[in-house]
Design a binder for this molecule. Structure first.
Ligand SMILES: [Zn+2]
Length: 252
């Protein structure tokens, strides 16, 4: 048996027995930790908020025989304000689901953890519109996971792409496509899934700027051109799963 303290955030929970809850914690130093919080659903439990989604805290864990139990929690932030706005709550749940889709046990994930906290803080405590926040999250999430979209050269022929972009993004190849290659791709008989998404010059510049500014600063970029739906399609395509929580968000 081992007792350790871990800073972590709750990504997911499932009620268990009468008063317990299973939680999936995300720790920047240890990745995914599945643990039980006993009695946290009793009205007077001092761990009442520790098992809620978005609960960020220092979790004292007791580990024995492959089972992990939360013994106490010092809460740092609950992101409670997210619960006062349905759309922002949906966005918050969406970013938790994306993180949960990629983290593994005993894996250090500092960069992804910080990206998640930056995004949740801005969703909860700033007035910034959610669309560029999510688009920025998706873009940097892709970079963290090793599939940063290719924006400087055509994904098919390698031709350098100018400042204004090309007008096309190939979701399967993960990057921009030049006009020539787009034309070739439009041949009859090409499967529908291979068709490229339109990308305006503004959207193209938005992505380049957001990537250049890094994961802590991307929100300074003008928001009206953030290609959220395109990035969602791209990232979820790479993960091989559709995350339904975001489906209620308006596309435009
Ligand atoms: Zn090309």
């Amino acid at each position: 048996m081992v007792q350790t303290e871990n800073t972590a955030i709750v990504l997911r929970h499932v009620n268990y027995r009468d008063n317990d809850r299973m939680v999936t914690l995300f720790s920047p130093s240890r990745g995914r930790i599945d643990a039980v919080i006993r009695n946290c659903r009793k009205p007077k439990s001092h761990n009442l908020n520790a098992g809620e989604l978005f609960a960020l805290g220092d979790y004292m864990l007791y580990e024995s025989g492959g089972h992990v139990t939360v013994t106490s929690v010092h809460l740092i932030e609950t992101f409670y304000r997210l619960r006062q706005d349905y759309e922002r709550l949906t966005c918050g749940t969406y970013v938790l689901s994306l993180a949960e889709a990629v983290i593994e046990p005993e894996q250090e994930r500092q960069e992804l953890f910080m990206l998640l906290l930056h995004t949740l803080s801005r969703l909860a405590f700033s007035d910034q519109p959610w669309r560029p926040l999510l688009a920025g999250f998706l873009l940097h999430f892709a970079a963290c996971e090793g599939f940063k979209p290719r924006l400087n050269h055509c994904v098919f022929c390698g031709q350098r792409i100018g400042e204004d972009g090309t007008g096309f993004f190939d979701v399967e190849e993960g990057g921009v496509c030049c006009a020539d290659c787009h034309q070739k791709g439009m041949r009859p008989g090409m499967p529908e899934s291979r068709k490229q998404e339109r990308l305006t010059p503004q959207e193209y510049r938005w992505m380049r700027t957001a990537l250049q500014r890094g994961s802590a600063e991307w929100v300074e970029t003008p928001d009206s051109h953030a290609p959220f739906s395109l990035l969602r399609k791209y990232v979820e395509g790479r993960l091989g799963r559709r995350i339904r929580s975001a489906s209620v968000l308006p596309e435009k």
